[in-house]
Design a protein around this ligand. Structure first.
Ligand code: UFG
Length: 336
């Protein structure tokens, strides 16, 4: 027996598709809503191949209240919703701030009204550690102050967190969990789904795997003169399957009201350490060269995720090497 329908906006995207798969594994029926702005229909077939049954899908833009209402009419009632649908490229957000405000904040507003109109009691929101800006400490817990956003993208995450909190004050029946991701990487071990960047990847792992596959020039390490042990920036890279499972845990175990959790491994890895770990995990050399710093990069940040361990009964289970091996298997599958 199904535990109920869960609306998954942006469910054809990188984290959304992995979460929909984990929802099925946990006994839910995900209903994917996606405008395919940064994904494609094939992903639905690949998800179905993993879970062994079709996944409900509606090609709908979440800023379109009428179309979203149609989904509630045909697929409801929902025991919860997970809101991934958003634009997510930091650099692009600087070029197109209006698009980021309209899409990211607009879709959240439209969704909140629909959830309340239909009496849905739980929302899980896809946020980011970017809300902390340049933090005072390298290990960051949820009490760290929200600082001025470095980009319009970062601002939309802060604004959505605020909007969801304000909406809860006005409509307390809708409980919400804000999940602040650190750096999601890897792919499903089946190599059916993974990250599909359009064009030149901005993020480290997709660029690295494409460079190893010979699709790009060697990876440029953005700065090796930072005040870190090996001079390169430190991040907390979390396997996307571990991250996906945290959404199921939040749906089931987050307390009433508005709660917030950092999602990371709790361990930092430098860019050089990532390159070494990739070579160990795959036996492939990473062509790379040192380069200048990238504007806007935080020196070192990793998660104190102990609140999520305590309250959600969730922990990361996959190592950095495993995540990198899965990312490489996925790269090989899409290159073929
Ligand atoms: N890096 C390189 N070379 C590259 C790409 C990245 O050296 O070609 C380095 C970066 O300088 C950084 C690390 O690899 O030190 C990770 O960079 P990513 O671009 O993969 O990730 P970021 O930590 O910069 O960005 C992530 C999310 C954003 C979010 C941000 C908040 O992708 O959505 O964290 O800090 F806004």
């Amino acid at each position: 027996m199904s535990k109920g329908n869960v609306l998954v906006t942006g469910g054809a995207g990188f984290i959304g598709s992995h979460t929909a798969v984990e929802l099925v594994a946990a006994g839910y029926r995900p209903v994917v809503v996606d405008n395919l702005a940064n994904s494609n229909r094939d992903v639905l077939k690949r998800m179905a191949a993993i879970v062994g049954e079709p996944v409900a899908f509606h090609e709908v833009d979440c800023t379109d209240a009428e179309a979203l209402e149609g989904v509630f009419q045909t697929e409801g009632p929902f025991v919860g919703a997970i809101h991934f649908a958003a634009y997510k490229a930091v650099g692009e957000s600087v070029e197109r701030p209006t698009a980021y405000f309209l899409n990211n904040i607009g879709s959240t507003a439209v969704l909140l009204d629909a959830l309340t109109a239909h009496g849905v009691r739980r929302l899980v929101f896809s946020s980011s550690c970017t809300v902390y800006g340049e933090p005072e400490t390298t290990r960051v817990d949820e009490t760290a102050p929200i600082r001025t956003a470095e980009s319009p993208y970062g601002y939309t995450k802060q604004a959505c967190e605020r909007l969801i909190t304000d909406h809860h004050t006005a409509h307390p029946a809708l409980n919400a969990t804000l999940l602040r991701y650190f750096n999601p990487i890897g792919a499903h071990p089946s190599a059916q789904i993974g990250e599909l960047p359009i064009g030149r990847p901005n993020n480290l792992i997709p660029f690295l795997t494409q460079a190893v596959a010979g699709l790009r020039e060697p990876l440029t390490v953005f700065g090796d003169d930072y005040p870190t042990p090996d001079g390169t920036c430190i991040r907390d890279y979390i396997h996307v399957v571990d991250l996906a499972r945290a959404h199921v845990a939040a749906l089931e175990r987050a307390p009433e009201g508005v709660s917030v959790y950092n999602l990371g491994t709790g361990n930092g890895a430098s860019v050089k350490e990532v390159i070494d770990a990739f070579e160990r995990a795959t036996g492939k050399a990473v062509p790379h060269a040192m380069g200048p710093r990238r504007a806007g990069d935080v020196v070192a940040i990793y998660a104190d995720a102990s609140k999520a361990w305590r309250e959600l009964g969730w922990k990361t289970e996959r190592s950095l090497e495993e995540a990198l091996a899965d990312a490489w298997r996925w790269q090989e599958a899409v290159t073929r």
